[in-house]
Design a protein around this ligand. Structure first.
Ligand code: ZN
Length: 69
């Protein structure tokens, strides 16, 4: 189970917050991180291509919204 977005961030434990930051960092570095739900690679969704930019898998079970502004 890893369905995260920033509106839920304050409810996350410090550990899962750290995990999320680690995932973001690895994806930003171009490393492959697999969705724990569907096993598909997570990819960066740039703000030019979506109104919900962030990091997500193709199926959408993992979606980490990022504020690029
Ligand atoms: Zn997934």
């Amino acid at each position: 189970m890893m369905k995260l977005n920033f509106s839920e961030l304050n409810k996350q434990t410090k550990k899962s917050f750290g995990d999320q930051r680690a995932v973001i960092k690895r994806v930003m570095q171009g490393k492959t991180v697999l969705c724990p739900e569907c096993g598909q690679p997570l990819r960066l969704v740039p703000p030019e291509t979506s109104d919900k930019p962030g990091i997500a898998c193709v199926k959408g079970c993992t979606a980490i919204e990022l504020d690029f502004s």
